[in-house]
Design a binder for this molecule. Structure first.
Ligand code: ZN
Ligand code: ZN
Length: 247
């Protein structure tokens, strides 16, 4: 391994920890009860636009460069893997604050959501490490995509645990589980570098699913032009970063 490769793996590990901390912070906001709802919505909106842009014009093209047209098959698998766990096996799940206590009368419903979100968070980590294995640029733009939705992700899981009548400690533990899953994704991707041609398109499909079906619908539930416009701002951020990188 060259020095630059070792440096990029270290960078992936550090930023993986930062992303995991985002989950914990999101969970902490919910437990504290006095959390900045409005700002978390802004993160959600920026994240949706930015993540869709990163998936479509960075991760998927890089995957095709790596694996050829077969990459699209793995994008498809990543996309529907999350559909299976977040919305098919889990009986009730949506991004954002959970208020439907009645949906979580059965312990199985809570566990299913935690499992779905943990698999999604695992791929957040895979995405960061896979990006850095290709280039510092790709790793950095993917990290921003992950970080922008890590706070909302932490509060989603923590509010679900609280809504189901569990303790605050369990809510934080659930947010920490998602952070742990992200770190596991970073670690396994760094160890099994030979599988990069599968890891990157799978993570691309997961990112596409999370942005397009978890985040966007949550924003569109209530009419709010500011939030809708912020989605475009998210897309613009990536385009501006690309322009700056090419100067
Ligand atoms: Zn609900
Ligand atoms: Zn995530």
């Amino acid at each position: 391994m060259s020095d630059s490769e070792i440096l990029r793996i270290l960078l992936a590990a550090v930023l993986g920890i930062a992303a995991a901390a985002g989950n914990l912070l999101g969970g902490y906001f919910v437990v504290r009860k006095e959390w900045p709802r409005k700002y978390l919505q802004y993160f959600l909106a920026l994240g949706a636009g930015y993540m869709l842009a990163v998936a479509l014009i960075e991760m998927i093209p890089a995957s095709v460069q790596l694996a050829g047209p077969d990459a699209f098959f793995f994008v498809l698998i990543g996309f529907f893997l999350i559909h299976l766990f977040e919305h098919t096996i889990a009986p009730h799940f949506h991004f954002g604050e959970e208020t439907h206590a009645e949906e979580f009368a059965r312990q199985g419903a809570r566990r299913a959501v935690l499992l779905g979100l943990a698999i999604h968070s695992f791929f957040d980590g895979v995405a960061i490490a896979a990006g850095f294995l290709i280039s510092t640029w790709l790793g950095a733009v993917i990290f921003v995509a992950v970080f922008l939705h890590k706070l909302p992700e932490g509060f989603t899981v923590a509010s679900m645990v609280l809504a189901s009548g569990q303790t605050r400690q369990n809510a934080i533990r659930a947010a920490a589980t998602l952070g742990g899953a992200t770190l596991l994704g970073v670690a396994l991707t760094s160890i099994f570098q030979g599988q990069l041609q599968y890891a990157l398109p799978l993570a691309g499909g997961v990112t596409l699913y999370v942005a397009g079906t978890d985040l966007l619908p949550e924003l569109n539930r209530e009419p709010n032009w500011r939030l809708a416009a912020l989605v475009f701002a998210g897309v613009a951020i990536l385009l501006i970063l690309q322009k700056l990188a090419n100067i």
